[in-house]
Design a protein around this ligand. Structure first.
Ligand code: AMP
Length: 515
């Protein structure tokens, strides 16, 4: 019985010792590691982490661009019975500080590339933060190399920080059991095996990467990390997928849209690709039609789920090219061992066709809440209203959905103002709170302007300032406090009063119409 994700690694190392486990390949770097070497290295590095003070239940951050070293780091953390926190290498310092404050992490793993920047930043967060360089660690078989690993399935494996409406990111806590429940199901339903070449496109601080890392680890497939250099040049991504003979590609739909827009895709371009799985945002029918028509040999699946339920709780394998009349792609049915309900306006949890309302999710993979934030946790993770016999939590997703006559769930938007832009989950509140900290900003409202072509949709911000401000000055100031993907693309300056609703709130629809 597997009760901790690192056991997938140990098993694959036994079954496929010399097979490539993880690979990173672009024009400048060609690095890979076998399953056996990965298992040995992470055992030894986990011992080192424990010798440096890591104990069961600690949180250990890692800070470096995507690399084989990043995978070694996160696996070593779990082998040391601790939980990892992937940090976005490009995120501003104030956001990192907020994450450190919340997590009380005392150790940050870095690599050769990030060590100088890390030393500069993390020394400001406290004298007792220790920086450990994974690249400098040399495997020595004479040193202890069996870490004390007494992880059980309810222990945390990772904490992922996602945008928070109050301006501070929220740490979603995910257990080993939650990941195993999801991964075992993925491997079975998608028929994955050691012959697969699985791409990792999502950043490691985004939970779609959980699918890539752990399906590869469970099956002994090879995990191919999509290099940043490839990702920045979308046409290059298509040729990289071909060159690496990727057979499983899990991505946000906007990646498919962007690849389509390059106009360079050709029918014979991806002969090795067996499946493309999408999740994280709406999969537009037109994009799906284009891809399915061009690549009839690839199986497409739409998956759905927030970070708080461990990647995905529903799926829809698409068996035919949708016709032009079809309005949307279903998010499908709950996966095994998960239940999805519609919380109706009448206050009833329903699974009946025809119901519509907020989507609530129940199952083993529901997160353990938000780190250090019991108020927000209690708001979003609630006792099953149909009984009080035992602790039975449902996650209130904030997503609106309905169940069609075909018994499938359909996504219908958000209850709140949360945005999904190019796969990034963004709370306008986080953008606004950080903008309002600039002393010349009096009012700030961030909106999302949707246009039919998703890749042209943008974040806009309406501002009232106490003095004239150049857009360039504003952009520079925001770059210091917000991740790049949260910086609004357009600004408008309002001199009089902001449009408001009857109850005095900002009228976000009316404000969006100004752009
Ligand atoms: P994240 O926590 O970053 O994975 O974002 C989760 C949110 O992305 C969900 O609450 C939805 O609003 C949205 N989302 C995820 N998958 C889908 C999907 N297949 N279709 C529409 N929206 C999705």
């Amino acid at each position: 019985m597997v009760n901790a994700v690192q056991q997938y690694l140990t098993e694959s190392a036994k079954r496929f010792p010399h097979k490539i486990a993880v690979k990173y390949h672009d024009d400048e770097v060609n690095e890979s590691i076998s399953w056996q070497d990965l298992d040995n290295f992470t055992d030894a590095f986990a011992c080192h982490l424990q010798a440096c003070g890591v104990t069961k239940g600690d949180m250990v951050a890692f800070y470096m661009p995507k690399s084989v070293g990043a995978i070694k780091s996160l696996l070593s953390v779990v082998k040391a019975s601790a939980a990892y926190i992937p940090l976005d290498y490009n995120t501003p310092e104030n956001r990192l500080a907020a994450i450190f404050k919340e997590s009380h992490a005392k150790i940050v793993i870095v690599n050769q590339y990030s060590i100088y920047r890390a030393s500069e930043i993390f020394s400001k967060f406290g004298p007792d933060i220790k920086i450990i360089n994974v690249d400098a660690f040399k495997f020595d078989s004479s040193l202890p190399h069996r870490p004390v690993d007494d992880t059980i399935s309810v222990d945390l494996a990772y904490v992922l920080f996602t945008s928070g409406s109050t301006g501070t990111p929220k740490g979603v806590m995910i257990s080993h059991g939650a990941i195993i429940d999801y991964i075992d199901w993925c491997v079975e339903v998608y028929g994955l095996d050691a012959g697969d070449q699985i791409a990792n496109h999502a950043p490691l601080y985004f939970d779609n990467s959980t699918f890539d890392i752990y399906t590869a680890m469970k099956t002994g497939a090879t995990l191919h990390l999509v290099p940043e250099s490839v990702n920045m040049m979308i046409p290059r991504l298509a040729s990289w997928l071909r060159e690496e003979a990727i057979s499983v590609f899990f991505c946000v739909p906007s990646v498919l849209s962007m690849l389509q827009q390059t106009k360079r895709l050709q029918a014979d371009m991806l002969p090795a690709m067996k499946q493309i799985l999408c999740a994280g945002e709406v999969l537009p029918v037109a994009v799906l039609r284009y891809w399915m028509t061009l690549f009839p040999h690839i199986r497409f699946t739409n998956m759905y789920g927030p970070t708080e339920i461990t990647v995905d709780c529903s799926y829809h394998i698409i068996d035919a090219v949708p016709d032009t009349e079809q309005k949307s792609v279903p998010i499908g049915r709950p996966r095994a061992n998960m239940e999805m309900y519609i919380f109706t306006d009448e206050g009833v949890l329903s699974r009946q066709p025809g119901s519509s309302g907020e989507l609530w999710v129940r199952g083993l993979s529901v997160a353990c809440g938000y780190l250090g934030n019991p108020i927000k946790t209690n708001e979003s993770f609630v006792q099953n209203p149909s009984h009080n016999n035992f602790s039975d939590l449902l996650y209130k997703t904030g997503d609106l959905a309905f169940i069609g006559e075909d018994n499938l769930f359909y996504y219908a938007g958000r209850k709140d103002s949360q945005i999904k832009h190019m796969g990034y989950r963004i709370e306008p509140g986080e953008i606004e709170a950080n903008t309002l900290r600039l002393d010349y900003i009096e009012e700030a409202v961030a909106i999302y302007k949707c246009v039919s072509d998703e890749t042209a949709s943008f974040i806009g911000m309406a501002l009232k300032t106490s003095r004239p401000v150049e857009t360039r000055e504003l952009r520079n100031a925001l770059a210091a406090v917000l991740p790049k993907y949260m910086i609004p693309a357009r600004f408008i300056f309002i001199e009089e009063t902001f449009p408001r609703t009857a109850n005095g709130k900002y009228d976000r629809k009316a404000i969006a119409a100004l752009f």
